[in-house]
Design a protein around this ligand. Structure first.
Ligand code: GDP
Ligand code: MG
Length: 457
């Protein structure tokens, strides 16, 4: 499956220190094959892999994540984005009833979904009603009535004497009655819902086994007649590449506001989902995941992406790793500071910058046992002082910054000249630096917290 293949791809990246260009190429190639294998449409594959490659090659190297995690993160984000990003809520009409029309090929799962959606809305406190506007197959109306029964939602159907349980309106009231015109049935059903004060009308329509002009025209006519708030295009997640052609045909002639992926409980793992949402630019709103009335899910792009990646744990880990990174970085710095050899002028400068930012912590430090001395040092660090120190450190060569002991007399005059200070100021900086190192050593020995070295003394 798609997720198996992607998992294997990511496994290859494990243990790599950095992503080389050939790593990225190999990974993108594997992802492309996995997507093609999962029946994702070619243009979608191209766009997707292009974006993943660009981001994986780009400057997005994160210190918080290892290369495999980085790639999983990028792939996941691109998946979410291609699946529509945010979860799309049903658009309810300002003045009820909200009219929802279902469209799609025969056997795609419209009638089944109609019951599921009705039940879901009923559970949310709505008063939905189903309208049987599929007059194509002889038992389509009966099927909707069975579905309505299961969902405990009334069905408006045009056939007299066909009792669909509860509140079935087996005729549309006074006068005219048609058994043949789905447009009329849909319209009458919506009218009845208004009269009887249902707040949601779900109109089930007919489908053909393949895209067909008459069918499209009929669906377009129903749409024009009932002016639905939502037209949901129901598509069988198992139909693979044909999904694209079908979706585009429906979009062209009927158009729809959202997509329902049905039979997602089957083998298909997102190939069709990826393609349809991306190619039509319409959001997937629901997933149908079984034959029972309860088998419906509001579609969340982020959850679907994790499902496709089959990496819920890894994704959680990535999130945590990124959150923990700031802490990690601080701990790393502390560890580095304990090791005198590693403590360089670059660290010194970085610490000073941090202290500058932390000006407000001065009073806090004073309250902590053993930290009062540090507060006094902080007080000595004013803005101009920091600028001068920075200028001096910047006048040092990289070698000098990492080997302060090598800064002899001639180097000191050069640094003083370069930063516009006196040699004695350079001397005093070097003294402070040495003191900071000593302080670190003491704190480390005493088991105290590695605090803020680099303070002017
Ligand atoms: P329609 O022609 O578009 O109205 O499709 P139906 O609702 O009649 O569904 C066609 C077949 O697919 C029926 O046998 C349903 O039981 C089955 N079906 C519909 N939705 C799902 C689903 O989400 N999962 C599974 N496994 N079967 C489904
Ligand atoms: Mg049907």
């Amino acid at each position: 499956s798609l997720s198996d293949r992607l998992t294997a791809t990511f496994k290859n990246l494990r243990g790599k220190g950095r992503l080389s260009e050939s790593d990225v190429n190999a990974t993108v190639r594997d992802i492309r094959l996995a997507l093609i294998d999962a029946d994702v449409a070619t243009p979608v594959v191209r766009e997707f892999t292009g974006r993943v490659r660009e981001r994986a090659t780009g400057a997005e190297v994160s210190a918080a994540l290892n290369p495999a995690q980085q790639v999983v993160k990028i792939v996941n984000e691109e998946l979410v984005s291609i699946l529509g990003g945010e979860t799309r809520q049903l658009a309810l009409a300002k003045r009820p009833p909200t009219v929802i029309m279902l469209a799609g090929l025969q056997g795609s799962g419209k009638t089944t979904f109609a019951g599921k959606l009705a039940r879901l809305l009923r559970d949310q406190g709505h008063f939905p009603v189903l309208v049987a506007a599929d007059l194509q197959r002889p038992n389509a109306v009966t099927q909707l009535q069975v579905v309505g029964d299961r969902a405990k939602v009334p069905v408006f159907a045009p056939e007299p004497g066909n009792v669909g349980g509860h509140d079935s309106a087996t005729d549309f009231g006074e006068g005219t009655r048609s058994f043949g015109d789905p447009v009329w049935v849909a319209q009458a059903g919506v009218g009845q819902a208004k009269v009887r004060q249902y707040d949601v009308v779900i109109v089930d329509t007919a489908g053909r086994l393949a895209v067909d002009e008459n069918l499209m025209q009929q669906a377009a006519d129903i749409r024009a007649a009932i002016q639905p708030d939502e037209v949901l295009f129901v598509i069988d997640a198992m139909i693979g590449q044909a999904a694209i052609e079908t979706a585009l045909a429906f979009q062209k002639s009927v158009d729809f506001t959202g997509v329902v992926l049905s039979k997602l409980d089957g083998d298909a793992r997102g190939g069709a989902a990826l393609s349809v949402a991306s190619v039509t630019g319409r959001p997937i709103m629901y997933a149908s995941t079984g034959e029972q009335v309860k088998d419906i899910e509001v579609f969340h792009p982020d959850r679907m992406a994790s499902r496709i990646l089959d990496m819920g744990d890894v994704l959680t880990l990535i999130e945590q790793a990124e959150k923990a990174f700031d802490k990690q970085q601080a701990a790393e710095m502390a560890r580095k500071l304990m090791d005198e050899e590693d403590f360089t002028f670059d660290d010194f400068l970085q610490q000073m910058a941090a202290i500058k930012k932390m000006g407000n912590l001065k009073s806090l430090l004073g309250m902590m046992p053993g930290m009062a001395g540090m507060r006094d040092q902080l007080n000595a660090l004013d803005e101009r002082e920091f600028d001068r120190v920075e200028a001096m450190v910047q006048s040092m060569t990289p070698y000098e910054r990492t080997h302060p002991k090598a800064i002899n007399g001639s180097r000191r005059s050069r640094i003083a000249g370069g930063s516009g200070v006196t040699v004695s100021e350079v001397n005093s900086l070097l003294e402070r630096f040495t003191q900071a190192q000593k302080m670190m050593r003491q704190m480390t020995r005493g088991g105290g917290m590695p605090g803020m070295p680099g303070m002017p003394g």
